[in-house]
Design a protein around this ligand. Structure first.
Ligand SMILES: C[S@@+](CC[C@H](N)C(=O)[O-])C[C@H]1O[C@@H](n2cnc3c(N)ncnc32)[C@H](O)[C@@H]1O
Length: 305
């Protein structure tokens, strides 16, 4: 029996089916909440990388469905974003877009631009790129998600707000830690019991958000922007000191729900997309091209064998 079909029968998978959650991931957010109370007193939240929507369902049930009056419901704001479209969820505004793109970040931010008392109290990000099996590529893509989620959080979070994001075990977590401690007074790494033991994923749970004095929020995509230039443009000395970290991590075992094996054809498509993307920075192209070509050659040889 294949590993995937065996995994699917685990207790959280079955319970998710029974209780109407779109994915077993719902239990990860619920376990994080049981442990840290991240949903306590929250009315406004952002769910980044939200599809198929089980975390948004948790937010909807805990923040929206439990309101007794329409007035209370009108105070709730949940904004969910993903590359993929999602079926509607009560009380959730959905945006389809890439969170590493400035246009998507701006669209999210525009929902929380109405003064300090209307900012978000919680930002969550369960993002994971399609895993190619090429570690350099996977780590690089994951780093973009964390950096983007944190950039967006610096715009939309109110003082004292909370941030939860998926990370992968890796060598650069101390860099991530120091970056998060610049923005949050409290920070812990937690692996919920519903996260498969075979997966290298864990979650950073950050509380008590505060912007460092003088810091001006900015959307940075280190893959596309010259971040020193972007930081200089703010005119803030602290922005120029806080250089974005490049996260590294081992995404082994990060695939969670379905059969997500990348085929040789997928790899060739990824390679073509990168080569034909005129906006893809040439220094990364130079680095990733030989890695991808090597992997394609290995897999072609395996197939022909
Ligand atoms: C593990 S799933 C999230 C599961 C979700 N929390 C749930 O409970 O249903 C990871 C999601 O990250 C999304 N994703 C990956 N890269 C993204 C990006 N650059 N922008 C937006 N979403 C992204 C994927 O489309 C995928 O839906």
């Amino acid at each position: 029996m294949g590993k995937t079909s065996k995994d699917k029968r685990d207790v959280y998978y079955r319970q998710a089916k029974e209780e109407g959650w779109r994915a077993r991931s719902a239990f990860k957010l619920m376990h994080i909440n049981d442990q840290f109370g991240v949903l306590d007193n929250v009315q406004r939240a952002v769910d980044l990388c939200a599809a198929p929507g089980s975390w948004s369902q948790v937010l909807s049930r805990k923040l929206y469905d439990c309101c007794l009056t329409d007035d209370q419901k009108s105070e709730v704001k949940i904004v969910a974003v993903d590359l993929q479209a999602m079926a509607p969820i009560r009380g959730v505004v959905q945006l389809q877009g890439d969170i590493t793109k400035q246009s998507t970040a701006k669209a999210i931010i525009s929902h929380f631009n109405y003064g300090d008392d209307k900012k978000a109290q919680l930002v969550v990000c369960d993002g994971a790129p399609d895993v190619t099996g090429v570690h350099e590529m996977d780590e690089y893509m994951q780093s973009q998600l964390i950096i983007s989620a944190l950039s967006i959080a610096t715009f939309v979070l109110e003082s004292g707000g909370k941030f939860v994001a998926k990370i992968f075990k890796g060598n650069a977590n101390c860099m991530l830690e120091s970056r998060l401690l610049s923005f949050f007074n409290n920070f812990q790494i937690y692996k919920p019991p519903s996260s498969r033991p075979s997966s290298n994923e864990a979650f950073v749970v950050c509380c008590d958000f505060r912007l460092p004095p003088g810091y001006i929020p900015q959307v940075i995509n280190p893959a596309r922007d010259d971040f020193r230039q972007v930081a200089r443009l703010t005119g803030s000395a602290i922005n120029q000191r806080l250089v974005p970290f490049i996260a590294c991590g081992d995404l082994n075992g990060c695939t969670d729900e379905e059969d997500e094996d990348f085929t040789l054809e997928d790899l060739e498509m990824t390679y073509d997309d990168m080569i034909n993307d005129v906006d893809f920075p040439s220094e990364f192209k130079d680095e990733l091209e030989p890695v991808l070509l090597g992997e394609i050659a290995v897999r072609s040889a395996e197939r022909d064998w």
